[in-house]
Write a protein that binds this ligand. Structure first.
Ligand code: COA
Length: 295
């Protein structure tokens, strides 16, 4: 029979009514998500909350208190990302995080699951069979200076047009090895976008959207570092003084460049995978993430 905290804590599917409490948990961790960011995440995926009886649990109309969250987003039929795994500090170390992970993973059976782990989350994920892939660096700030992008001959950065959606889907699929159609369909209407062309052929793109304390440049998908810099320079150059954030994988080789522009690295997470890594096209790369949760 369950005893102690086990007996007091129950899990159930997350609903929009939980988002105020969920936002409280992320704010407590000093995570920057706004309630709108949580709403967007839930509209694109699903989650579980852990809740326990509040101090007035003897009363007939007592309220339960949300003390933990975990979410996931599906890509096609064989992949998913997992994130927003949070347990309230007072309830940590008592198995709640593991129960939330078990619940979400139970719904992802048969899929490769990717996540970006904080130092606190990594031990739990390792125990659940996740393997490290490589670090992702979080860069952000408002006081940056961006030189004009150096474009190579026949290269252009132009606004995203309504006919570009199929190209975006194709580039995102090739860069990640995952079907990102639904993600892009959800993101693009609320984002600004630019496309990188070479000899008039689209070869990359970058979105710019509201998130957290300001704006995020991501995803940035390009054939090489030069192309990624041209795309990112467009957004930073036209938004100097605004708070901007980029999450860049180590292999993007953008971290030193962003530091030098005045967007310092303020944190690091470890990309981890459970299951076979989705097969990406090596000629197209993700240079900045959509968000840590969405990959
Ligand atoms: C990460 C987090 C969700 C874990 O939740 P939790 O309820 O404290 O975790 P649990 O008590 O279920 O512990 C899970 C397992 O990890 C182990 N573990 C937890 N922290 C550990 C640590 N620092 N070192 C080694 N093992 C650790 C526990 O021993 C436990 O193992 P077991 O199930 O085999 O006994 C929680 O610490 C948290 O919310 N941290 C802040 C937000 C965050 O960083 N989230 C992760 C985002 S990727």
């Amino acid at each position: 029979m369950a005893t102690g905290i086990e007996a007091m804590v129950t899990l159930r599917r997350m609903t929009v009514e939980d988002l105020t409490a969920a936002h409280g948990l992320s704010s407590e961790q000093k995570w920057p998500h706004r309630i709108e960011d949580w709403e967007m995440l839930l509209s694109m995926g699903f989650g579980y909350v852990a809740e326990r009886d509040g101090p007035d649990h003897q009363k007939p109309d007592h309220q339960k208190e949300v003390i933990g969250t975990a979410m996931a987003w599906l890509y096609g039929t064989d992949a998913a990302t997992l994130g927003m795994v949070i347990v309230s500090p007072q309830a940590q170390g008592m198995g709640v995080g593991r129960r939330l992970m078990d619940a979400v993973l139970g719904d992802l059976d048969g899929r490769t699951v990717l996540l970006n782990a904080t130092d606190e989350g990594a031990p739990l994920y390792r125990k659940l069979g996740f393997m490290p892939v490589g670090p992702v660096f979080q860069h952000q700030g408002a006081a940056f200076a961006v030189p004009m992008a150096e474009l190579i001959p026949d290269e252009r950065v132009r606004p995203l047009g309504s006919k570009d959606m199929a190209t975006l889907r194709d580039l995102a699929q090739r860069a990640t090895g995952m079907n990102r159609d639904a993600l892009l369909d959800a993101l693009v209407p609320g984002a600004q976008g630019v496309v990188l062309t070479r000899r008039n052929e689209p070869v990359g793109f970058a979105l710019f959207r509201r998130f957290g304390r300001g704006y995020v440049v991501g995803p940035t998908i390009a054939p090489d570092t030069g192309g990624a810099r041209a795309l990112i320079s467009h957004w930073l150059g036209s938004n100097a003084g605004m708070f901007c954030r980029l999450d860049v994988p180590e292999e993007s080789e953008l971290s030193t460049w962003l530091d030098a522009l005045g967007l310092p690295c303020v944190g690091r997470v470890m990309r981890m995978v459970r299951g076979p890594m989705p097969k990406a096209d090596p000629t197209v790369t993700t240079f900045s993430l959509t968000t840590q949760a969405l990959g």
